[in-house]
Design a protein around this ligand. Structure first.
Ligand code: DGL
Length: 271
């Protein structure tokens, strides 16, 4: 048993989409979340910048005595998972790409056409292709970067025409040209626009890494006898800029009355 919290982080509020699936599966677990809202988006930044920010956030979480770190960000997982793992030798560090890649490898074949949507950094890294094709070399995989989607989501522009047009701008030609039948939401912000995507493209089968990672967290904690039981730690959400959108999104995702949420600012200069 290990009642220390699990540390999650993302460039902003996208990683929050990993929390509900985890708490449904493991209701006894407690979490510390860090959203780097002062610096979001990461996806169009240089790899060296993404690594620098991520290592500092990992230090921040380790200082708060987390038992493991979950990189609730595809961009960071694609760019610097290895660096983070080496930087935190005393606790497990789990990236979000491999659980989703396993799902694709197990549920698709060479007769499918798999599309990955993500940030520029994620698509440029080819991380999904590498992970999936290592497990199942013949599955056809295609990627497209959708850089305008994250800023819109961070702004809360979701259920409206601007979001629909932006999705279509990136995806219409991509889906048709590659005859995509299975789509991986390769950015943790995208589950927040899953309804738009399903409505616009109802035939697509959608894989959501934010859901897939919960089972891997459970497996890892079970194998190492690190599951929590009866913890009185309060789930805590940190942001480098405590924006209205971040607070609204936490309220929206967790229906705040379900459990207590502590809002805490982190001086951006510290990170
Ligand atoms: N939510 C993040 C991801 O999964 C990154 C978004 C961004 O900061 O560009 O890639």
């Amino acid at each position: 048993m290990d009642n220390r919290p699990i540390g999650f982080f993302d460039s902003g509020l996208g990683g929050l989409t990993c929390i509900s699936p985890l708490l449904s599966l493991l209701p006894e677990e407690r979490i510390i979340y860090f959203g780097d809202t002062a610096r979001t988006p990461y996806g169009s930044k240089a790899a060296s910048t993404i690594s620098k920010f991520s290592l500092r956030i990992a230090d921040f979480l380790v200082q708060r005595n987390v038992k493991m770190i979950v990189i609730a960000c595809n961009t960071v997982s694609a760019v610097c998972l290895k660096e983070l793992t080496e930087h935190c030798p005393d606790i497990p560090v789990l990236g979000i790409i491999s659980p989703a890649a396993e799902k694709v490898a197990h549920s698709c074949s060479q007769n499918n056409s798999v599309g990955i949507i993500g940030t520029k950094a994620t698509i440029k890294s080819n991380a999904y292709e590498r992970y999936i094709n290592r497990l199942s070399p013949k599955i056809p995989i295609h990627g497209v970067a959708c850089p305008a989607l994250v800023p819109l989501i961070e702004e809360g522009i979701i259920e409206n025409e601007i979001m629909d047009l932006s999705i279509q701008y990136y995806m219409d030609r991509f889906l048709k040209y590659h005859k995509i039948d299975t789509l991986v939401l390769g950015c943790t912000h995208y589950p927040l626009i899953m309804q738009n995507i399903s409505r616009l493209y109802p035939r697509l089968s959608i894989i959501d890494p934010s859901r897939e990672i919960a089972a891997d967290i459970k497996k890892l904690l079970t194998e190492r006898d690190m599951l929590a039981k009866g913890s009185d730690f309060e789930n805590t959400f940190f942001a480098s800029d405590l924006s209205e959108n971040f607070i609204n999104m936490i309220n929206r995702i967790f229906e705040i009355n379900e459990f207590k949420v502590a809002f805490k600012d982190l001086d951006p200069d510290i990170i």
